[in-house]
Design a protein. Structure first.
Length: 518
């Protein structure tokens, strides 16, 4: 098998002249017979990386994909393009499944899409064992890792499946979102050697990242849609209730809008999704239930009205803007209190304690993202283990406010944290610094500390924001899960010793106020 043959299929079957970055490299590995991991951004063209081999290999390519609701559409689209493909998932009864298996036996199909849950059925695995499977494509491969943000237990069955299939198929894992830890995990579980990883990088240079803090959501969204009246986009919110509310708000203003969340019937969801895909509505307001696998190329903006739980989820959702490569916007509307919603989700979840702690830590990264004054793109890439230069496009790179020297205030905050022996979180630290007189402070005699009230001319809220800033910039770190406590880092120690100055861009309004009790 060679790339020339692949190039031929690319042109004749899919109608494209050239490979996208990464596709060629992935195909080279696959044709060399390697188990391969492909990390490519959303919209990067992962599907062709297994569809082309599927057409060129003798046997059948099995595609494991969690996108059950889209399987039929994906398969229909392939069939329309002359690619013989079928799917097996829970929407089919056993006789229908047997029909499809029989057709697969006859060699009627080159591609078989299956839901991961199928792999847990012994009957199905036995049937699969009878087929000449030569490639196993694992889509959304990050779902296999408990370190990822979308762990699906049924993916764990994959490693057993690979060992048990008599044809010992080659594996191609694909994902748009994998930290180094997740990538290592995928490779370990699926038997992929480290040098068979193709990573085209996470940078999306047509995506403009923006963080907007403490704004009125409704006003912001309405103003935005007023200015961008001919742009299609998605607005994400954390709860069904907020999705319902925003949808009502927009339709009242005569904006063409559809909504999507798990509380709607399958039929309504499908209808709304299609309205958005086929440009019958301008805006989709949705929870995170919407979007995986949706191939709408002209999404110009993704606004998060509330902060999501992890940076991986954020970047994946934001990345649904601009799949066509044209300039697009990803805007996060951030309010610290929205973190509480995600906190609540973690509290209520059925995860064990270890996983909960991990989830709290991931949430803290989101708060750091919202509070950093460095390049937002750089922040995200660094999180995924990639070094980069400032992007020049994001709201922080574009922020031309003058940076102010806040070394003295920083020293006050850091010494207070040390006085409190790193046992308290942001709230108490800010209260002590501003000299609050509530019961908890008095009961614990925190008003006796030498740092008590040393910032009493500032509001508790703005001291809290300074603490967020110092955490995001690495002078402080927030440790522990549900009730995180603050610690001074090595970098912070340097500030205390006077070896390091701290600069911060500040809102243009006056920061200092007359003394007041918060
Ligand atoms: P993802 O990586 O998110 O799975 P897809 O495989 O759905 O991305 O591809 C995104 C879009 O890019 C699809 O519309 C696909 O047809 C298109 N595409 C993929 N490869 C190429 C290529 N080599 N040239 C042009 N368009 C391509
Ligand atoms: Zn930037």
């Amino acid at each position: 098998m060679d790339l020339a043959a692949a190039q031929g299929v690319l042109k004749t079957t899919f109608g494209y002249d050239d490979f996208r970055p990464g596709q060629r490299a992935v195909l080279t590995h696959v044709f060399a017979g390697d188990n391969t991991l492909a990390i490519m951004p959303t919209g990067g063209g992962k599907s062709l990386c297994y569809q082309i081999p599927a057409l060129l290999f003798d046997g059948i390519t099995v595609v494991v994909s969690p996108l059950i609701s889209l399987m039929k559409d994906q398969v229909d689209a392939l069939n329309d393009g002359g690619v013989p493909a079928t799917y097996i998932n829970s929407s089919l009864d056993w006789p229908a499944i047997q029909d499809r298996l029989a057709a697969l036996h006859r060699g009627d199909y080159k591609l078989l899409y299956v839901a991961p849950e199928r792999l847990e059925s012994t009957a199905f695995l036995q049937a699969l064992g009878q087929l000449p499977v030569d490639l196993l494509a694992v889509d959304e491969a990050h779902c296999i890792s408990q370190w990822g943000h979308d762990f699906r237990p049924s993916y764990l069955a994959l490693s057993t499946v690979i060992q048990q299939l008599p044809t010992h198929p080659q594996v191609l894992a694909l994902t748009a979102t994998a930290t180094e830890q997740v990538a290592t995990d995928i490779c370990q579980q699926l038997g992929i050697a480290a040098d068979n990883e193709v990573n085209t990088g996470f940078e999306r240079n047509n995506l403009n990242l923006t963080v907007v803090k403490n704004q009125d959501t409704d006003r912001y969204v309405l103003d935005y849609l007023h200015v961008n009246a001919d742009a299609d986009g998605i607005i994400y919110a954390s709860t069904r209730k907020e999705v319902d509310r925003l949808t009502a708000l927009l339709s009242k203003r005569k904006i063409k809008v559809a909504k999507y969340h798990a509380g709607l019937t399958d039929e309504v969801r499908r209808q709304n999704q299609e309205d958005f895909l086929y440009d019958r509505v301008q805006v989709m307001v949705a929870t995170n239930a919407f979007g995986m696998g949706i191939d709408k190329s002209n999404v110009r903006f993704v606004i998060h009205a509330q902060v999501p739980g992890t940076l991986e989820a954020y970047y994946q959702e934001a990345g649904r803007a601009g799949r066509d490569g044209l300039p697009s916007e990803a805007i996060l509307l951030y309010r610290a209190q929205d973190l509480q919603i995600q906190h609540f989700f973690i509290d209520q979840s059925e995860m064990d304690e270890v996983h909960k702690q991990r989830a709290y830590q991931k949430l803290q990264v989101m708060s750091q993202y919202a509070n950093t004054q460095g390049c937002l793109q750089q922040f995200i890439l660094a999180y995924f283990g990639e070094q980069s230069q400032p992007c020049g496009r994001c709201s922080n790179c574009q922020d031309d406010r003058e940076a102010q020297d806040v070394t003295t205030d920083t020293q006050k905050v850091l010494s207070c944290v040390i006085r409190l022996r790193s046992r308290y979180g942001k709230g108490i630290v800010a209260q002590v610094l501003t000299g609050a007189k509530n019961k908890r402070i008095l009961d614990q005699q925190l008003d006796q500390l030498p740092t008590y009230g040393i910032m009493k001319n500032q509001r508790q809220k703005s001291v809290g924001e300074l603490i967020d800033f110092l955490t995001a910039t690495g002078y402080l770190q927030s440790v522990g899960g549900q009730y995180p406590t603050l610690q001074v880092t090595q970098l912070g120690i340097r500030v205390l010793k006077g070896e390091q100055t701290v600069y911060r861009k500040m809102a243009r309004q006056a920061q200092r106020l007359t003394p007041e009790d918060d």
